[in-house]
Design a protein around this ligand. Sequence first.
Ligand SMILES: Cc1cc2nc3c(=O)[nH]c(=O)nc-3n(C[C@H](O)[C@H](O)[C@H](O)COP(=O)(O)O)c2cc1C
Length: 199
Amino acid sequence: MQCIEQDSLNRRRSVYSLSSVLPISENCFIDTVESCVLHCPTPFNVQSARVTILFDKKHRLLWDTLWSKLKGLVSGQQAASVHQKIEAFKRANGTILFFEDKKALSSLKKKFPLYAKNMRIWTQQANGILQYMIWQTLAENEVGASLQHYNELLEDEIYSLFDLPKNWELVAQMPFGAIESEPAEKTFLPVEERLKILR
Ligand SMILES: Cc1cc2nc3c(=O)[nH]c(=O)nc-3n(C[C@H](O)[C@H](O)[C@H](O)COP(=O)(O)O)c2cc1C
């Protein structure tokens, strides 16, 4: 039984089969991401997440750079499947990069020393909330996406490639585009094992 509208929650999936034609205009896409960045909750309203949207050449450059790093680390069948996966990301419309501003985090720790040891956890959680807000809102607009973490491999290159400040710590990559094929059905653990209602 569903008492309130929640169908849109099922629409967000990890979509790997993406094409480059967006079902919404680029302006509308940028506007959507901007709204999520603005309205995402953050600890002490620090707003330490930073976001970059890569389109066209810059998007393809990201995935070519990743492959140039990865190809020396894999061989044989594994190399073929990793290359195939990266080429699929490259065929998408673009990629959103998520960062955390290290300067904002250190100012926050200084301002609230009592909570200093938790601040990194909380800012990372807020970054995750932002990733989810964008992922979910895009899904509601028929834009598919997935969440990737090639941080260590991209870290050395990304600042010079895209002229970004070095104090932005790379957190995640989200390739997005039109949904070419739906992901496989998802399995769920029994919800009673995960949710307790107490009175
Ligand atoms: C914090 C987090 C990290 C994830 N990292 C990756 C990743 O690095 N690569 C990937 O392909 N999927 C990643 N995923 C996607 C999960 O594998 C996926 O959400 C999960 O299998 C459920 O599938 P769904 O997204 O289709 O609902 C991540 C998801 C979350 C929430």
